[in-house]
Design a protein. Structure first.
Length: 207
């Protein structure tokens, strides 16, 4: 699959976003789920920040199509990440917006991998996170051995409790379908504020 992509999720502070934009990352996530501690309200507009080649990802949980489409326009999103019970048809509708679709699933030992087959034609990537009640951002890692049960060819992001201590192991997972690593809570000084130096360290580890 080539060099692993790096996605930094849960950004919400403009100064912090500007600092992050100077790093060689590939995707930046903005969370539009109101119950998240990293929720982005409409005062956080990116018009004056040059993100270069960094892809903007909007993260949603069971939002309406109209709401997602309005955020695509307002924030010039390149990708949408869906963390709810959105259907394959819902994903297909959004794909018509000419953006990448990332469908997230919370993983545990009882996860039903068969359900992914219905989505494989309507998404660009899966994202495998630790199963929690809060739709991600838990800082908890799941057992990566469970990924051996994944049989499809759709590439995926690995999320859930990635830290400076385990990111090297994540990057070395022997799976050509592993497209990128998604980092969030373990690289923060507080919810929504990333430790830029720690992210730089992580990038140096996995390059």
């Amino acid at each position: 699959m080539g060099k692993l992509k790096i996605k930094v999720c849960g950004m919400r502070n403009l100064d912090n976003i500007e600092l992050l934009s100077k790093l060689p990352i590939d995707y930046m996530g903005l969370i539009f789920y109101e119950q998240s501690k990293r929720f982005v309200d409409q005062t956080v507009l990116l018009d004056n920040i040059d993100l270069g080649s960094i892809q903007r990802v909007g993260v949603f949980v069971d939002a309406s199509l109209d709401d997602i489409k309005s955020k695509i326009r307002l924030y010039q999103l390149n990708a949408v990440q869906l963390h709810g019970v959105e259907s394959p048809a819902f994903c297909q509708d959004l794909k018509s917006q000419n953006i990448q679709i990332i469908k997230a699933f919370g993983i545990d030992k009882n996860f039903n991998w068969e359900q992914l087959k219905d989505y494989q034609d309507d998404v660009d990537f899966f994202l495998f996170d630790t199963k929690t009640e809060n739709h991600g951002g838990s800082g908890i890692t799941f057992d990566w051995n469970i990924l051996k049960n994944y049989t499809l060819q759709t590439p995926y992001f690995l999320s859930g409790g990635l830290t400076i201590d385990n990111i090297a192991s994540a990057a070395k997972l022997d799976d050509l379908r592993l497209f990128g690593l998604d980092i969030n809570s373990k690289f923060e000084t507080e919810p929504g504020i990333k430790n830029i130096k720690l992210i730089e360290q992580a990038l140096n580890i996995i390059q």
